[in-house]
Design a protein around this ligand. Structure first.
Ligand SMILES: C[S@@+](CC[C@H](N)C(=O)[O-])C[C@H]1O[C@@H](n2cnc3c(N)ncnc32)[C@H](O)[C@@H]1O
Length: 304
């Protein structure tokens, strides 16, 4: 994914490593087979397997925390956050006075959200509920004034069927006139058209979980037919040097899958799912939608 938010990628832009492999555009990525096939299960779980590292990576991402907190407070009632993760947004929102039910598939992410809940003042703890569930099928048994899908969570819906199932379930859980608020990455062709499977070199950084210094690099591949991007993140230990005894692994890699939703496709998808787009902005400050925006931020109303 675009790396602007990721802590250790900020220090320098990544450079394409030598020996880049050109994408073969005659085949889907899966047809190229072998290690190049997309593992969507790995792409939904591995990025979230170390939730403390996830929080470290995105600790300076603050604009969306304020944005969603403001929306939850305006909603004046219990809100649902789908893909609540570690509670990075939900916990500060509750501290500010919101009431949030956070839903997520990943046990480990929910465990860290629970740690955050425990750190809230006692009187606030009851205003954050955490539920393990799938955004396509969750059942909370009541309706809400607002449901959110922050930080590209919708992009874990890898097919239109998945996206429609999620939007249908959201629709069923919204009160009449209730709001769906979400953000997705704007498709960035410079990024998505990088040579498939070419390794891009990052910087050395101290890993917060393992305490050792790692070199970071990544590769990705975009399947234009399915609009799926798969990213492989690589961590190679620098200090203590490879071969020296340490608890910290010498090499580690994780994957992340995202489906990209194009603005016109989203407009139609929302319409057929019973939503009217009230507002779409190009950032969390309400800026206009222009080419080059990193994110698209939507506020939609349940209409039928
Ligand atoms: C990018 S994280 C966002 C976490 C949090 N909202 C934040 O802004 O930091 C996306 C989250 O969606 C969750 N997720 C992925 N697929 C899901 C699904 N089908 N149902 C529920 N949660 C899902 C992941 O486990 C992950 O915690």
């Amino acid at each position: 994914m675009p790396t602007a938010d990721r802590e250790h990628m900020k220090q320098t832009s990544i450079e394409e490593s030598e020996g880049a492999v050109q994408s073969n555009r005659d085949q889907t990525v899966d047809e190229r087979g072998g290690d190049e096939g997309f593992d969507l299960h790995a792409g939904t779980t591995q990025f979230y397997e170390d939730p403390h590292y996830y929080d470290y990576e995105f600790k300076s991402r603050r604009e969306d925390v304020k944005y969603y907190t403001d929306r939850y407070l305006e909603a004046e009632g219990w809100c649902v956050e789908l893909g609540v993760g570690t509670g990075r947004i939900a916990a500060p929102a509750v501290r500010a006075g919101a009431k949030v039910i956070g839903v997520d598939l990943h046990e480990g992410m929910l465990r860290v959200a629970e740690e955050r809940r425990q750190r809230l003042a006692k009187a606030k703890r009851g205003s954050l509920r955490l539920v393990q569930g799938d955004m396509r099928t969750f059942e909370l048994g009541e309706t809400f004034p607002l449901i959110s899908l922050p930080f590209n969570a919708l992009q874990h819906m890898y097919t239109l069927e998945d996206a429609r199932a999620c939007l249908k379930t959201v629709h069923e859980h919204l009160q009449p006139g209730g709001l769906l608020v979400f953000d997705v990455l704007m498709p960035d062709f410079e990024y998505l058209n990088r040579p498939a499977f070419a390794r891009f070199q990052g910087v050395d950084f101290k890993h917060p979980t393992w305490g050792a210094t790692y070199n970071y690099s990544e590769q990705s591949a975009y399947d234009h037919l399915r609009q799926l991007n798969q990213v492989w993140f690589y961590y190679d230990r620098v200090d203590p040097p490879i071969g020296e005894p340490s608890e910290a692994p010498e090499h580690h890699s994780i994957q992340l899958s995202h489906r990209y939703y194009y603005p016109q496709e989203l407009a139609l998808l929302l319409e057929v799912s019973g939503f009217k787009t009230l507002h779409c902005s190009g950032d969390f400050e309400g800026g206009p939608v222009v080419e080059g925006n990193e994110s698209l931020v939507y506020i939609c109303e349940k209409v039928n």
